[in-house]
Design a protein around this ligand. Structure first.
Ligand code: MG
Ligand code: MG
Length: 249
């Protein structure tokens, strides 16, 4: 069942979303060669707690940290640890926060120094694909309009869409119905209505789309070892169109 949010509930979600945006901003400021992914996690958790919120991912399905940190060929769900970022890496940071009983969820792929041209293009076009999807998060559209817009943009740029992992509804739980695939057809899926809040999150590979879970049981990696990028926003469908809740005002 898709749980619709009242205006008051969307207000709470805006607050939670703002905390996530602040945490990702803080992480972005310390991304540089030599910093460990564990340090990024500490920066995120500190920012979240300073705002009176809780890290939504810590303990979720048993995940041990406040953010997922996925480097280069890692797609999503990487666990922070002692690995240091290096010049030329890309690092996807996925962050969730709970405030007032509601959640925000957002992800950014950061570049570490200068990265290869095709990798930079992957990062830029994955973010652009997210915004193409968000533009379709309009009451009266079918959910597939979001999916199709993302897929078209990413594939026309020459990249491939990860299919095993998808976006989702979000509210009192981080993951609610419906699933929001990053591929599909505009006329398919549930009708979008005011009060739906969706986490839209394209995961886009530079090479082939197939992925697998690494030895640690968490980290999703590309099978061909090529880089992958991930951008996500929590978006409310309102009478004024899509409202991004996880963006700094
Ligand atoms: Mg996320
Ligand atoms: Mg998500």
């Amino acid at each position: 069942m898709i749980l619709l949010k009242s205006e008051r509930e969307v207000r709470y979600m805006r607050e939670a979303g703002m905390v996530v945006a602040l945490a990702l901003e803080a992480v972005g400021k310390v991304v540089e060669p030599g910093i460990t992914t564990q340090e990024l996690d500490r920066v995120a958790e500190k920012t979240i707690r300073e705002q009176g919120a809780k890290p939504a991912f810590k303990g979720l399905y048993g995940f041990p940290a406040s953010i997922c940190v996925s480097i280069n060929c890692e797609v999503v769900h990487g666990i922070p640890g002692s690995r240091k970022l290096a010049e030329g890496d890309i690092v996807s940071v996925d962050c969730g926060a709970t405030l007032g009983g509601f959640n925000g969820d957002s992800a950014v792929t950061f570049t570490v120094g200068t990265v290869a041209d095709e990798t930079q293009k992957l990062v830029d076009e994955t973010q652009n694909a997210l915004y193409k999807g968000i533009a379709e998060a309009v009451a009266g559209n079918k959910l597939g309009a979001i999916s199709e817009a993302i897929q078209k943009h990413a594939e026309q740029a020459g990249f491939s869409i990860v299919r095993e992992y998808v976006g989702h509804g979000i509210g009192r739980s981080v993951h609610e119905e419906p699933e929001v695939p990053n591929y599909g057809f505009a006329k398919r899926g549930p009708l979008l209505t005011e009060g739906m809040v969706l986490a839209i999150e394209p995961m886009v590979n530079l090479g082939l789309r197939s992925v697998k879970v690494a030895q640690d049981g968490w980290t999703v990696v590309t099978r061909d070892g090529k880089p992958s990028a991930h951008f996500e926003h929590t978006v409310a469908i309102t009478s004024n169109g899509p409202e991004i809740l996880t963006r700094l005002a």
